[in-house]
Design a protein around this ligand. Structure first.
Ligand SMILES: CC(=O)SCCNC(=O)CCNC(=O)[C@H](O)C(C)(C)COP(=O)(O)OP(=O)(O)OC[C@H]1O[C@@H](n2cnc3c(N)ncnc32)[C@H](O)[C@@H]1OP(=O)(O)O
Ligand SMILES: O=C([O-])CC(=O)C(=O)O
Length: 454
């Protein structure tokens, strides 16, 4: 009997065992002990647990002691991402490498600094000898986030100085990871395609003189071909996903793990595990699943009322995956808008016209439009929910012919820049192991001899 069959047999056993875990801490206890659930204050803002000079997420202004929601702004090292994007696009450059430099070093690079940095990235744009054969092709995974996390942990064994947390060493490890993530992700994808999807296998060599975005497309496609527009849009997506302050779950995970003094590979593997979750970076895949469900259950995607009726069903847990969530909507910080979603929506609209996918774009647009009001009514919650970065990204990637397996990994390829900057900041400025408190609310228990137990 193989272990899969064993798992099936044991399912009933586990369902019975699960019933024994009946204890749920009463909600009123959280109020009684003033627990900041999800590390949130009573007004929904995050509990202040750290200081950073890296990213800043702005969503409201204070006016006479009152929070007034505003359109969202995202700043990298004090620079508005819109200005960053407009700047490099106007000067007709790709922006991701420059953005990594900005996040790591706190300044926009001069041409010479950018050249040196991209050369370093180019030098590291390869995996250790036999890594691909031994650790990717011989150990594929159906889930690329899982595969990338395992590859990162394996890289520890190929590092001659893995545990040294001096800044120069952590910087070297960070730049190596930024450089290698496109290879880990795309090779993991090729192995998955071959061993799980039964497609032919090909492995292209990474190109030292190409950018991160170009390498992703080069390594993914059988003919390694891509257009200028495809590269520019993917590069833009990487810039938009590179950083989001210290409080987002995966970056906070990086801070928490780094605060123990452990190595870079452990901290980043943990962050990848966090980003995989459907409430965080994994939401971009969930949006695509949700849209497929909408398409199967709605006749006219352009009919706002029909879309609204189905959104209500989803929010009432009567449809889709019964979680009650509209994926890609809502955010812990943003109120009126997430600037990344605004930009991706613009790109999605333009591309959908080019590709004849206007009907699908209307469906997205309608869900975004109707959700906030239905959310307020169904959830009896005044919060303004807006589309977040994950809402349109999968649709844009689909139109760029980027396989769905790679959608969340693209987030990883970008966010390693932010995680690295935060890990370095934690090492330099954190200075103390992160260790909040959990109050124990269990009843006392006496030891019972075996024969008296029931
Ligand atoms: C890169 C990123 O991580 S962006 C976020 C990606 N995640 C998603 O798109 C998943 C859908 N969205 C969500 O689950 C949430 O909006 C999150 C996880 C992003 C933020 O969560 P929170 O900060 O806890 O949200 P918030 O404080 O606004 O939640 C208030 C209530 O609204 C609910 N809510 C929030 N967003 C949604 C949504 N999209 N659909 C349905 N209900 C929602 C919450 O579940 C919560 O309900 P509860 O009071 O019954 O527990
Ligand atoms: O800030 C958050 O909670 C999630 C998010 O949008 C990100 O990490 O990009």
């Amino acid at each position: 009997m193989n272990h899969m069959e064993n798992d099936k047999d044991n399912q009933i056993v586990f369902e019975e065992l699960a019933k024994k875990i009946s204890s749920k801490i009463e909600d009123e206890n959280y109020t009684k002990y003033s627990v900041k659930r999800g590390l949130r204050n009573s007004d929904g803002t995050g509990v202040l647990v750290g200081l950073t000079e890296i990213g800043d997420v702005r969503s409201y202004i204070m006016c006479e002691g009152e929070k007034i929601p505003t359109e969202g702004k995202l700043m990298y090292r004090g620079l508005n991402i819109m200005d960053l994007v407009n700047g490099f696009q106007k000067e007709k450059r790709l922006g991701f490498e420059e953005c990594c430099y900005l996040l790591l070093f706190g300044k926009l690079p001069t041409q010479a600094q950018l050249n040196q940095f991209t050369e370093l990235l180019g030098d590291y744009r390869e995996l250790p000898e036999e890594f691909t054969e031994n650790h990717i092709l011989k150990a594929p995974s159906n889930n690329l986030m899982n595969k990338i996390a395992r590859s990162v942990l394996t890289l520890y064994s190929y590092d001659d100085n893995p545990d040294d947390t001096s800044i120069a060493n952590v910087l070297r490890q960070s730049i190596q990871l930024i450089s290698r993530f496109p290879i880990l992700a795309t090779y993991g994808y090729q192995a998955k395609r071959h061993y799980y999807d039964k497609e032919s296998l090909f492995i292209h060599m990474p190109q030292k003189n190409l950018s991160t975005a170009e390498n992703i497309l080069y390594l993914t496609r059988p003919d390694s071909k891509y257009t200028k527009l495809e590269v520019e849009l993917l590069d833009l997506a990487l810039v938009l996903h590179a950083e989001h302050g210290g409080g987002n779950n995966s970056t906070f995970t990086t801070h928490v793990i780094s605060s123990t003094g452990t190595d870079t590979y452990s901290a980043i593997a943990g962050a990848i595990g966090s980003l995989k979750g459907p409430l965080h970076g994994g939401a971009n895949s969930m949006v695509l699943e949700m849209i497929e469900d909408f398409k199967a259950n709605i006749e006219n995607w352009e009919d706002e009322e029909e879309v609204a009726a189905y959104v209500e069903k989803v929010l009432r847990k009567e449809a889709f995956n019964h979680s009650g969530l509209i994926y890609g909507m809502g955010h812990a910080v943003y109120t009126l808008s997430d600037p990344r979603a605004v930009l991706l929506k613009e790109k999605a609209e333009a591309l959908s016209k080019e590709k004849g996918m206007e009907r699908e774009f209307s469906l997205y647009k309608n869900i975004e439009l109707v959700t906030p009001d239905i959310f307020k009514r169904v959830k009896e919650n005044d919060k303004v929910v807006c589309a977040n970065v994950d809402f349109y990204s999968g649709f844009v990637y689909n139109m760029l012919n980027i396989p769905r397996d790679l959608h969340t990994p693209i987030f990883v390829i970008a966010r390693i820049a932010g995680w690295s900057a935060h890990r370095i900041e934690e090492i330099i400025s954190g200075g103390r192991i992160i260790r909040p408190a959990y109050k124990n609310v269990a009843k006392g228990m006496e030891y019972l001899p075996m024969e008296e137990r029931y």
